[in-house]
Ligand binder design. Sequence first.
Ligand SMILES: *Cc1c(COP(=O)(O)O)cnc(C)c1O
Length: 421
Amino acid sequence: MDHFQYLDGVLHAEGVALPEIALAVGTPFYVYSTATLERHFRLFDDALAGSEHLVCYAVKANSNQAVLKILANLGAGMDVVSGGEYARARAVGVPGERIVFSGVGKTRAEMSQVLAGGIRQINLESEPEMELLNRVASDMGVTVPVSVRVNPDVDAKTHEKISTGKAENKFGIPIGRASEVYAKAAALPGLQVVGIDVHIGSQLTDLAPFGEAFEMVAGLTGQLRAEGHDIRRLDLGGGLGIPYQRSNEVPPLPVEFCELIKRKVGHLGCEIVIEPGRLIAGNAGLMISRVTNLKSGEDRSFLILDSAMNDLVRPSMYSSFHEIVPVVEPVPGVEPEPFDVVGPVCESGDTFAKERLMPPVEQGDLVAFRSAGAYGAVMSSEYNTRPLIPEVLVHEDQFAVIRARPTFDEIINRDIIPAWL
Ligand SMILES: *Cc1c(COP(=O)(O)O)cnc(C)c1O
């Protein structure tokens, strides 16, 4: 079910025509579909119905509070990786007992923050972190439920920058040392061992690496139980990929991912936690941009947009692919032409696509970047003093701005010129 479709020749988000939003908020902007967010959350939640579970949305994929609120209203938990994300989740009413705290370098301040505010569990990434958390918890006179993130050394076969489960990656402790590390954790009075955590990467388009990792977690569960640990919760992370190129990518479905979980660890009687981010938000959002200029180079045509790498960094950072389509439906039979689609930022890296075959568009036309709902707005910056672009939420035939475009004054007034100048 695609909630971004051409109706009467114009691309819509649910029941709203995108040019209408462009008129109201200007370009560029992000737009999200409520129905898609809800549908994607339910795909996981329904597939795990019947076993004790909590789907914790990975807040870093898209942390707008309106997005969090939609998911929280459906009963989602949240996976946060910073004190700031924790504050966002709490601000929309998610109780601490539905929040898990992951991340490779939690600070003392973040630990105190979540212990004071309440937390379901903290996923520990190293022994020094374990000792630090024990000190913080002991000083506060509390005991905190923990899992240890194990690194199974499996190849997630995804982009190197978002692969996290290989021995060379900075994440977790080697699974071979788990026995020793769990024994240490159990001896620390501020910690209560409740489970095992694993997350091997993002944008995985094959179930096999998940299967390998989950099997190792199942084996480790038996071993740690035999050693006297009360392993009752398995946090199996996120990472399921989405089809960025709909014509030739068919990643596994959430239901298949969940069936795999049941097959690999279902017999252990543990509560299952999963942390999907991209799959929930990615295809729930578009970035809409206007064509500033068309320019013919020596051997190619450049499509210059009013959006840039600071608004959507994935193509520059991960060489990733986003479908780019005209908002006005191309007439049937029109011949696609190759364009280098670029932004106005002063770097050659500010290129969204090279020699992309697309229907010809003209100056002033609107184009839509598909699959931009995850790791889009959250990774944007104000490089070149370009204001963060607005985020808009659509619900059936209504839309609302959920983050406004700042004015130039708001941006430049954040700088403080010292008195001696
Ligand atoms: C990034 C991350 C996720 C979410 O990954 P997706 O690919 O967006 O599903 C889940 N858990 C942890 C620990 C992460 O770092």
